[in-house]
Design a binder for this molecule. Sequence first.
Ligand code: UDP
Ligand code: MG
Length: 317
Amino acid sequence: MALLSIVLPSYNEEQNIAHTAQVLSELLAQEQIEYELIFVSDGSRDGTYREIQKATQQNPHIKGAEFSRNFGKEACIFAGLQLASGNAVIVMDCDLQHPPQVISRMWKLWNEGYEVVEGIKSSRGREGFLHKCFAGAFYRIMSGLIKMDMNASSDYKLLDRKVVDVLLGLPEKNTFFRALTFWAGFKTVSVEYEVQERVYGESKWSFFSLMRYAVTNATSFSTLPLQMVTVLGLVAILFSIGLAVQTLVKYLTGTAVEGFTTVILLILIIGGFIMLSLGVIGHYIARIYEEVKGRPRYIISQVTDNVQGNVTGGWKR
Ligand code: UDP
Ligand code: MG
């Protein structure tokens, strides 16, 4: 019988673990799906890992791992994929904002032969005004950069074993899971779901962490900003040619005035362009530097007893 693995990234979610484990195991038992739940604690500073261990003792289908520090949700997802042994793997948030009822629909679609089932948000749930504007702009830009419709996409997905193996085989460390499944292709279908309210705890994202997430993901998926530097340079050159011609004409016709304003403006504009371009290039160099160092994506400090093999330490992939 086919095994379904569910990967649940958890960061400071001690109030959610027991509840989520119970809801999911009841649902899956009822649907008669053979399953395993993999909780990956992202270096939580509360009792999340203790709760995971407790859940493991009550239900042997539950496995868990703890990171040595906070490595971020992407790292959690990849650690979960690595630990999963299922024929299909679902990634979902452990705060139940991704409604568990959708699992059976995803499972059915997988049984019909689909290899990727994308969870699409039919509504974004209740979010702050700023958050909504920011997320909207981010996804519009990302969709343009990646040339795939990213709006309403989420990390709630089912992946076939084949797709999981492809993703785990990717050499890069800076990943954007949400877009990678689009990139990987395969026979894809989507299901809509309504984002639920968070019952316990609070969202882990601040404005700045979202900002960093946006920039990191945009640059890990596209080199367009680098090409924009060239375009900016070309625009600046065209502009300067125009200005140079005008200046020369004025000089030759003897109507040249002391053009201090022009000089100051030029210095400011060109200086601005150069700084901006250097910043963009610097950002990419930083990313290359990180990848070249070849450090593991995450470090597992401990795993629950039912996890097989020696998986602690830094996993290369
Ligand atoms: N999460 C994580 N590491 C982090 C931040 C979040 O593993 O550094 C997990 C978190 O425990 C949750 C999921 O990612 O299961 C989504 O986070 P959250 O609910 O805070 O985000 P939101 O739903 O508000 O977008
Ligand atoms: Mg949430």
